[in-house]
Ligand binder design. Sequence first.
Ligand code: PLP
Length: 414
Amino acid sequence: MTRRNPIEDLALLRHEFGEHGGVNMSIEASSTFTVMDPHTMPEMFQGRKGPENAGCYLYGRHFNPTVYNLSRQLAALEGTESAYCTASGMGAISATLMALCGHGDHIVSSNTVYGGSYALMHYFLPATAGVTTCFVNISDLDAVRAAITDDTRVLYVESVANPTLRVADIPRLAEIADDAGITLVVDNTFSPLILSPAALGADVVVHSMTKFISGMSDIIAGAVCGSHAFIEQLMDLHSGPLMLLGPTMDPKTAAELSLRIPHLPLRMVAHGERALALAERLEAVGVDVCYPGLAGHPDRALLDRLRCPDYGYGGVLTIDLGEEERADKLMALLQNKYCFGFMAVSLGYFDTLMSCSGASTSSEMSDGDKAAAGIGPGLVRMSIGYTGTLEQRWGQLEAALRDIGCFAAYSRAG
Ligand code: PLP
């Protein structure tokens, strides 16, 4: 089994110095680019010249050198031939699916994916592109095989699912996709560095860089990582969804994100250590907690086989409080009384973010689909930050759980 450590590829990447010898690259803040010879322009439009061919740039919605450099970092992070960055994670996902599927085509998707991705496949793509999706439990490999039809083009999964934290068996899903001649697309937003989906067999890896990669909840951004041919297809002047739908990343955003990649490994370790410690303590006092690093998690052994061991088990855990009202009470106390974290969607921030998934980032799903995926009404997703001390944060969490009578209802110790 390949257990790649992405920081080795990142460390080997050609360093992009600033225009005046700065240790950080300059920002190419231009929306358009000059040519010295008028013949160069038609050559670029015909695809005969470009960033990889004579270092030619055309227009900022096509390629930009600063965004291109961040994209090289993303390709190194994911171990793919190429990558390109987008204005959001949804920009990356929608462009990828629209490049791979046309009218009459079909997607097999995990039944537990981010609510926006679910809505894209469940509502938007059938209505606007004639592309339909069958949602299945991807831990049931026979169900995945059975869902694939002659029209299926894509198998779509999240490496660690939002919010159920089930882990995709990427090597076996890749075998199924290969046998069927379809493309395996993996959203690796929850597990950068921990999992390298391309090394495990995925064809395309997408990211919401808004989350751990940014780390500061100040930027919306995404990326698509794959073969050169696929990235070229996305940017094609006549038919590329990144070029034509235009979810373009601003070069200033690219420059900022580029400076955050070098400390992503340190942040992932810090998120993982804090999340594991809190999950273990929650479990010890009898709270219904789910975290892929806990020995009892159904996919812990799978994750141990697939992950790079240097980055822990991720920064997200969930607590199931049974009812939404109880979940709301806990989050309000944690934010307003104890300063444990913030009631906010998203993840990967340096402080803890908490949301009740069923009523927020999975609310696009029908009640039946939520129940089938195991997203109960009282499920609180916590993206665990690394600020403060462990003892301080545990004290706050324990106090809030005590306030809502959690230990009376849930404690195994009595
Ligand atoms: N993928 C996952 C797993 C997510 O959790 C999200 C957002 O929460 C997205 C994609 C969408 O990313 P963005 O908000 O950057 O468009």
